[in-house]
Design a protein around this ligand. Sequence first.
Ligand SMILES: NC(=O)c1ccc[n+]([C@@H]2O[C@H](COP(=O)([O-])OP(=O)(O)OC[C@H]3O[C@@H](n4cnc5c(N)ncnc54)[C@H](OP(=O)(O)O)[C@@H]3O)[C@@H](O)[C@H]2O)c1
Length: 254
Amino acid sequence: MQQRVAVVSGGGTGIGKAIARELAAAGNRVVILGRRIDVLERARAEIDRAVGTPRVVPIAADLTVPSQVNDAAHAIADIGPVDALVNNAGAVITQPADGSLDALANAWRRDLDTNLLTAVLLTTALLDHLRRPGGRLVVISSAAAQRGGAGPHSAGSYAAAKAALHGWAFGLARQLGPDGITVNVLAPGYVSDTEIFGADWTPEFHASKIADTLVGRAGTPEDVATAVSYLTSPAAGYLTGQVIGLNGGAVLGR
Ligand SMILES: NC(=O)c1ccc[n+]([C@@H]2O[C@H](COP(=O)([O-])OP(=O)(O)OC[C@H]3O[C@@H](n4cnc5c(N)ncnc54)[C@H](OP(=O)(O)O)[C@@H]3O)[C@@H](O)[C@H]2O)c1
Protein backbone atom coordinates (compact mmCIF):
# COMPACT_ATOMS: atom_id res chain seq x y z
CA MET A 1 0.00 0.00 0.00
CA GLN A 2 1.20 3.54 -0.80
CA GLN A 3 2.58 5.41 2.23
CA ARG A 4 0.30 8.21 3.43
CA VAL A 5 1.79 11.71 3.63
CA ALA A 6 1.07 14.06 6.55
CA VAL A 7 2.17 17.68 7.00
CA VAL A 8 2.40 19.21 10.48
CA SER A 9 3.20 22.90 10.84
CA GLY A 10 5.07 23.71 14.04
CA GLY A 11 6.03 20.02 14.15
CA GLY A 12 9.40 20.57 15.80
CA THR A 13 8.16 21.26 19.34
CA GLY A 14 5.35 20.70 21.82
CA ILE A 15 1.97 19.64 20.49
CA GLY A 16 3.14 19.54 16.86
CA LYS A 17 6.03 17.21 17.68
CA ALA A 18 3.66 14.83 19.51
CA ILE A 19 1.30 14.90 16.50
CA ALA A 20 4.21 14.21 14.13
CA ARG A 21 5.36 11.31 16.32
CA GLU A 22 1.86 9.80 16.46
CA LEU A 23 1.35 10.08 12.68
CA ALA A 24 4.84 8.68 11.99
CA ALA A 25 4.17 5.75 14.33
CA ALA A 26 0.96 5.10 12.35
CA GLY A 27 3.07 4.69 9.18
CA ASN A 28 2.77 8.15 7.62
CA ARG A 29 5.62 10.01 5.96
CA VAL A 30 5.52 13.22 8.01
CA VAL A 31 6.72 16.65 6.88
CA ILE A 32 7.40 18.97 9.82
CA LEU A 33 7.59 22.73 9.31
CA GLY A 34 8.95 25.52 11.50
CA ARG A 35 11.36 28.43 11.31
CA ARG A 36 14.29 26.79 13.20
CA ILE A 37 16.01 24.06 11.19
CA ASP A 38 18.09 22.89 14.20
CA VAL A 39 14.91 22.32 16.21
CA LEU A 40 13.31 20.46 13.31
CA GLU A 41 16.40 18.28 12.82
CA ARG A 42 16.39 17.31 16.51
CA ALA A 43 12.70 16.42 16.30
CA ARG A 44 13.32 14.36 13.16
CA ALA A 45 16.11 12.39 14.85
CA GLU A 46 14.03 11.84 18.00
CA ILE A 47 10.90 10.67 16.14
CA ASP A 48 12.75 8.49 13.61
CA ARG A 49 14.59 6.83 16.50
CA ALA A 50 11.35 6.24 18.41
CA VAL A 51 9.56 4.86 15.35
CA GLY A 52 12.59 2.81 14.29
CA THR A 53 12.61 3.91 10.66
CA PRO A 54 13.07 7.22 8.78
CA ARG A 55 9.64 8.80 8.31
CA VAL A 56 10.17 12.51 9.07
CA VAL A 57 11.08 15.23 6.54
CA PRO A 58 12.02 18.61 8.11
CA ILE A 59 11.48 21.76 6.05
CA ALA A 60 12.38 25.18 7.47
CA ALA A 61 9.99 27.99 6.56
CA ASP A 62 8.47 31.07 8.12
CA LEU A 63 4.84 30.39 7.30
CA THR A 64 3.91 34.07 7.52
CA VAL A 65 6.06 34.73 4.42
CA PRO A 66 4.32 33.82 1.13
CA SER A 67 7.50 33.04 -0.84
CA GLN A 68 8.73 30.67 1.90
CA VAL A 69 5.34 28.94 2.02
CA ASN A 70 5.44 28.52 -1.78
CA ASP A 71 8.92 26.97 -1.63
CA ALA A 72 7.84 24.58 1.14
CA ALA A 73 4.67 23.62 -0.76
CA HIS A 74 6.69 22.79 -3.88
CA ALA A 75 9.01 20.56 -1.85
CA ILE A 76 6.00 18.83 -0.26
CA ALA A 77 4.26 18.34 -3.62
CA ASP A 78 7.37 16.48 -4.84
CA ILE A 79 6.84 13.92 -2.04
CA GLY A 80 3.28 13.10 -3.11
CA PRO A 81 -0.39 13.92 -2.49
CA VAL A 82 -1.03 15.15 1.05
CA ASP A 83 -3.38 12.88 3.01
CA ALA A 84 -3.35 14.94 6.21
CA LEU A 85 -2.57 18.62 6.76
CA VAL A 86 -2.37 19.74 10.39
CA ASN A 87 -2.18 23.51 10.80
CA ASN A 88 -0.64 23.65 14.26
CA ALA A 89 1.93 26.48 14.11
CA GLY A 90 1.08 29.34 16.43
CA ALA A 91 2.24 31.48 19.32
CA VAL A 92 0.92 33.61 22.14
CA ILE A 93 2.11 37.14 21.40
CA THR A 94 2.83 39.14 24.55
CA GLN A 95 0.89 42.37 24.55
CA PRO A 96 2.74 45.71 24.79
CA ALA A 97 3.05 47.32 28.19
CA ASP A 98 3.49 50.90 26.93
CA GLY A 99 -0.16 51.36 25.96
CA SER A 100 0.53 53.06 22.61
CA LEU A 101 -1.77 52.28 19.70
CA ASP A 102 1.28 51.70 17.47
CA ALA A 103 2.54 48.94 19.76
CA LEU A 104 -0.95 47.48 20.07
CA ALA A 105 -1.43 47.43 16.29
CA ASN A 106 1.94 45.73 15.91
CA ALA A 107 1.05 43.03 18.46
CA TRP A 108 -2.35 42.36 16.85
CA ARG A 109 -0.77 42.08 13.39
CA ARG A 110 1.84 39.64 14.71
CA ASP A 111 -0.87 37.55 16.41
CA LEU A 112 -3.02 37.45 13.27
CA ASP A 113 0.02 36.66 11.11
CA THR A 114 1.25 33.88 13.38
CA ASN A 115 -2.01 32.19 14.34
CA LEU A 116 -4.24 32.82 11.31
CA LEU A 117 -2.17 33.68 8.23
CA THR A 118 0.22 30.73 8.72
CA ALA A 119 -2.72 28.31 8.33
CA VAL A 120 -4.35 30.24 5.48
CA LEU A 121 -1.14 30.49 3.41
CA LEU A 122 -0.01 26.88 3.94
CA THR A 123 -3.46 25.44 3.24
CA THR A 124 -3.92 27.57 0.13
CA ALA A 125 -0.49 26.62 -1.21
CA LEU A 126 -1.25 22.91 -0.68
CA LEU A 127 -4.90 22.94 -1.77
CA ASP A 128 -4.27 21.37 -5.19
CA HIS A 129 -2.03 18.73 -3.62
CA LEU A 130 -4.53 17.38 -1.04
CA ARG A 131 -5.67 13.77 -1.58
CA ARG A 132 -9.08 13.67 -3.32
CA PRO A 133 -11.10 11.93 -2.02
CA GLY A 134 -9.81 11.18 1.47
CA GLY A 135 -7.80 14.29 2.42
CA ARG A 136 -7.97 15.40 6.04
CA LEU A 137 -7.41 18.97 7.24
CA VAL A 138 -7.13 19.80 10.94
CA VAL A 139 -6.72 23.30 12.35
CA ILE A 140 -5.39 23.68 15.90
CA SER A 141 -7.28 26.49 17.57
CA SER A 142 -7.63 27.05 21.32
CA ALA A 143 -10.19 27.16 24.10
CA ALA A 144 -9.22 30.84 24.17
CA ALA A 145 -11.31 31.25 20.99
CA GLN A 146 -14.35 30.09 22.97
CA ARG A 147 -13.82 31.96 26.21
CA GLY A 148 -11.09 34.59 25.71
CA GLY A 149 -7.70 34.81 27.39
CA ALA A 150 -4.66 32.51 26.97
CA GLY A 151 -1.26 33.19 28.54
CA PRO A 152 -0.73 35.42 31.57
CA HIS A 153 0.17 38.42 29.37
CA SER A 154 -1.83 37.82 26.23
CA ALA A 155 -4.73 40.06 25.35
CA GLY A 156 -7.66 39.65 22.99
CA SER A 157 -5.62 39.24 19.83
CA TYR A 158 -4.70 35.56 20.43
CA ALA A 159 -8.31 34.57 21.13
CA ALA A 160 -9.50 36.67 18.18
CA ALA A 161 -6.96 35.16 15.78
CA LYS A 162 -7.90 31.62 16.87
CA ALA A 163 -11.63 32.38 16.58
CA ALA A 164 -11.07 33.68 13.04
CA LEU A 165 -9.71 30.24 12.13
CA HIS A 166 -13.14 28.76 12.89
CA GLY A 167 -15.08 30.79 10.33
CA TRP A 168 -12.37 30.22 7.72
CA ALA A 169 -12.41 26.45 8.41
CA PHE A 170 -16.21 26.25 8.07
CA GLY A 171 -15.96 27.80 4.60
CA LEU A 172 -13.21 25.37 3.65
CA ALA A 173 -15.29 22.43 4.88
CA ARG A 174 -18.11 23.54 2.55
CA GLN A 175 -15.69 24.05 -0.34
CA LEU A 176 -13.81 20.76 0.05
CA GLY A 177 -16.60 18.43 1.22
CA PRO A 178 -17.69 17.60 -2.35
CA ASP A 179 -14.07 16.53 -3.07
CA GLY A 180 -14.17 14.07 -0.15
CA ILE A 181 -11.90 16.20 2.06
CA THR A 182 -12.83 16.82 5.70
CA VAL A 183 -11.94 19.99 7.62
CA ASN A 184 -12.14 20.21 11.41
CA VAL A 185 -10.98 22.53 14.16
CA LEU A 186 -9.51 21.12 17.35
CA ALA A 187 -9.56 23.57 20.26
CA PRO A 188 -7.30 22.42 23.11
CA GLY A 189 -7.44 23.89 26.58
CA TYR A 190 -4.26 24.29 28.61
CA VAL A 191 -1.50 21.90 27.49
CA SER A 192 1.73 21.79 29.48
CA ASP A 193 5.21 20.75 28.26
CA THR A 194 5.34 23.04 25.24
CA GLU A 195 7.27 26.24 24.45
CA ILE A 196 4.24 28.47 24.00
CA PHE A 197 4.17 30.37 27.31
CA GLY A 198 7.97 30.80 27.49
CA ALA A 199 9.12 33.02 30.36
CA ASP A 200 5.49 33.97 31.09
CA TRP A 201 4.81 30.49 32.53
CA THR A 202 4.64 30.33 36.34
CA PRO A 203 3.64 27.57 38.78
CA GLU A 204 0.67 29.76 39.81
CA PHE A 205 -0.53 30.05 36.21
CA HIS A 206 -0.16 26.25 35.79
CA ALA A 207 -2.17 25.60 38.97
CA SER A 208 -4.91 28.03 37.93
CA LYS A 209 -5.29 26.32 34.56
CA ILE A 210 -5.57 22.91 36.21
CA ALA A 211 -8.17 24.30 38.62
CA ASP A 212 -10.29 25.29 35.58
CA THR A 213 -10.64 21.66 34.48
CA LEU A 214 -13.10 19.04 35.68
CA VAL A 215 -10.52 16.25 35.54
CA GLY A 216 -7.88 17.96 37.67
CA ARG A 217 -4.92 17.88 35.32
CA ALA A 218 -3.23 19.72 32.48
CA GLY A 219 -3.59 18.41 28.96
CA THR A 220 -0.57 16.78 27.37
CA PRO A 221 0.70 17.05 23.80
CA GLU A 222 -0.16 13.35 23.49
CA ASP A 223 -3.83 14.07 24.36
CA VAL A 224 -3.96 16.36 21.33
CA ALA A 225 -2.00 13.96 19.12
CA THR A 226 -4.44 11.12 19.86
CA ALA A 227 -7.39 13.27 18.77
CA VAL A 228 -5.56 14.41 15.62
CA SER A 229 -4.73 10.79 14.82
CA TYR A 230 -8.46 10.00 14.68
CA LEU A 231 -9.44 13.18 12.82
CA THR A 232 -6.84 12.46 10.11
CA SER A 233 -7.66 8.75 9.79
CA PRO A 234 -9.61 7.22 6.89
CA ALA A 235 -12.26 6.23 9.49
CA ALA A 236 -13.15 9.89 10.18
CA GLY A 237 -14.75 10.59 6.77
CA TYR A 238 -18.18 11.60 8.16
CA LEU A 239 -16.82 14.15 10.62
CA THR A 240 -16.38 17.57 9.06
CA GLY A 241 -17.02 21.25 9.72
CA GLN A 242 -16.80 20.85 13.51
CA VAL A 243 -15.04 22.59 16.37
CA ILE A 244 -13.97 19.93 18.84
CA GLY A 245 -13.04 20.97 22.37
CA LEU A 246 -10.27 19.06 24.14
CA ASN A 247 -9.97 20.77 27.48
CA GLY A 248 -10.57 18.49 30.46
CA GLY A 249 -13.99 20.10 30.88
CA ALA A 250 -12.69 23.65 31.22
CA VAL A 251 -15.17 24.67 28.47
CA LEU A 252 -18.47 22.79 28.38
CA GLY A 253 -20.45 21.78 25.33
CA ARG A 254 -19.01 23.98 22.60
N1 LIG B 1 0.02 24.78 24.92
C1 LIG B 1 -1.25 25.16 25.08
O1 LIG B 1 -1.73 25.31 26.22
C2 LIG B 1 -2.13 25.37 23.88
C3 LIG B 1 -3.52 25.44 24.11
C4 LIG B 1 -4.37 25.63 23.02
C5 LIG B 1 -3.86 25.75 21.75
N2 LIG B 1 -2.51 25.69 21.56
C6 LIG B 1 -2.02 25.81 20.18
O2 LIG B 1 -1.29 24.66 19.84
C7 LIG B 1 -0.34 24.97 18.82
C8 LIG B 1 1.03 24.44 19.21
O3 LIG B 1 1.48 25.16 20.35
P1 LIG B 1 2.44 24.54 21.47
O4 LIG B 1 1.77 24.75 22.78
O5 LIG B 1 2.91 23.19 21.08
O6 LIG B 1 3.62 25.63 21.45
P2 LIG B 1 5.10 25.61 20.82
O7 LIG B 1 5.87 24.51 21.43
O8 LIG B 1 5.60 26.99 20.98
O9 LIG B 1 4.84 25.29 19.29
C9 LIG B 1 4.57 26.27 18.31
C10 LIG B 1 5.26 25.85 17.02
O10 LIG B 1 4.88 26.74 15.95
C11 LIG B 1 6.04 27.05 15.19
N3 LIG B 1 5.85 28.37 14.60
C12 LIG B 1 5.53 29.53 15.25
N4 LIG B 1 5.50 30.55 14.37
C13 LIG B 1 5.81 30.03 13.15
C14 LIG B 1 5.97 30.58 11.86
N5 LIG B 1 5.82 31.90 11.63
N6 LIG B 1 6.29 29.76 10.84
C15 LIG B 1 6.48 28.44 11.05
N7 LIG B 1 6.34 27.85 12.25
C16 LIG B 1 6.02 28.64 13.30
C17 LIG B 1 7.19 27.04 16.20
O11 LIG B 1 8.43 26.72 15.58
P3 LIG B 1 9.54 27.89 15.25
O12 LIG B 1 9.58 28.81 16.44
O13 LIG B 1 10.81 27.13 15.03
O14 LIG B 1 9.04 28.56 14.02
C18 LIG B 1 6.77 25.89 17.13
O15 LIG B 1 7.30 24.66 16.70
C19 LIG B 1 -0.40 26.49 18.65
O16 LIG B 1 -1.20 26.82 17.53
C20 LIG B 1 -1.07 26.96 19.93
O17 LIG B 1 -1.73 28.19 19.77
C21 LIG B 1 -1.63 25.50 22.59
